[in-house]
Design a binder for this molecule. Structure first.
Ligand code: HEC
Ligand code: HEC
Length: 224
């Protein structure tokens, strides 16, 4: 009995979930207009508060993430050192970066294009999907350098990115991030102009020497 009913039931459930107007309705009916930060954030909050919407949004995100996997890796652990992990990143931070790219405030020709092509639901979906993947831990290759980086990190960076590098709603998770990507971002903030400008972060990167950056990167990339 059970063996017959199980596939039929799951088939029916699948059909229900894919029927517009039913399970996905609150998520799938977003207007196709550019959403402001407030819109996106309040929609994210509403979706996160409602398990069924969360589930539906996660599925939309997982589907949309198929094109991202080429560069960011399956499940958001990037295979390339110059491309960021998205796994385990904070949802609100991810969504904010997605928005920054779509509005051309954070510059990267390819990322700007691909972000503009996402619907509002997909933007929220990819943020939810990636935030809920696990980062693969990579131990430090040079323990002495990482120890130097830790003392630098523990003097300033922890104030915003947290003692364990997990960030918060507002601030990026940095723990376990890819090395070349981290170094490139820190140099950009240090320059204070170009493709990525953030006054808070720029103020913290301004006085970093190349050696400071190397040490901090060795530490941060090895944080769990
Ligand atoms: C062709 C490769 C490529 C593809 C495909 C791609 N990305 Fe990216 N992505 C990058 C690179 C490279 C960066 C870093 C850009 C920079 O240095 O600012 C990036 C940056 C990001 C960031 C910022 C991360 C952070 O920590 O600030 C997010 C979010 C992101 N991508 C999401 C996505 C999503 C979602 C998709 C799929 C819809 C996607 N990307 C597809 C290459 C790619
Ligand atoms: C006063 C708060 C503050 C402090 C202190 C701070 N940061 Fe940041 N950091 C930010 C903000 C805000 C952003 C996001 C800016 C944006 O959207 O471009 C950021 C972004 C970053 C990013 C990019 C993350 C990503 O995924 O692309 C890295 C890497 C980073 N910080 C590392 C550091 C390091 C290392 C230090 C210590 C030297 C540090 N931060 C200190 C506020 C801070």
């Amino acid at each position: 009995m059970q063996r017959i009913w199980k596939p039929i039931l799951s088939c029916l459930l699948g059909a229900l979930i894919h029927l517009p107007g039913l399970a996905q309705a609150p998520v799938a009916s977003a207007p196709a207009r550019p959403a402001s930060a407030v819109d996106l954030n309040s929609r994210l909050k509403a979706i996160e508060a409602e398990p069924r919407q969360f589930e539906a949004s996660y599925k939309i995100g997982r589907k949309a993430a198929a094109v991202c996997a080429n560069c960011h890796g399956e499940g958001g652990n990037s295979p390339r050192s110059d491309t960021p992990n998205l796994a385990g990143q904070n949802t609100a931070y991810l969504l904010d970066q997605v928005r920054q790219f779509s509005e051309g405030r954070r510059k990267n020709e390819f990322m700007e294009g691909i972000m503009r092509a996402l619907s509002v639901d997909e933007k929220i979906g990819v943020a939810i999907f990636y935030a809920n993947q696990t980062v693969v831990h990579k131990p430090a290759a040079d323990a002495a350098l990482a120890a130097k980086g830790k003392s630098y990190y523990d003097r300033t960076c922890f104030r915003c990115h947290g003692e364990l590098g997990m960030g918060s709603e507002k601030f990026a998770r940095v723990a376990g991030q890819q090395k070349d990507y981290l170094a490139a971002q820190l140099r950009r903030y240090r320059e204070g102009k170009g493709p990525r400008i953030d006054p808070l972060m720029a103020a913290n990167a301004r006085n970093m020497t190349d050696a400071d950056i190397d040490a901090v990167v060795a530490y941060v990339s090895s944080m769990k």
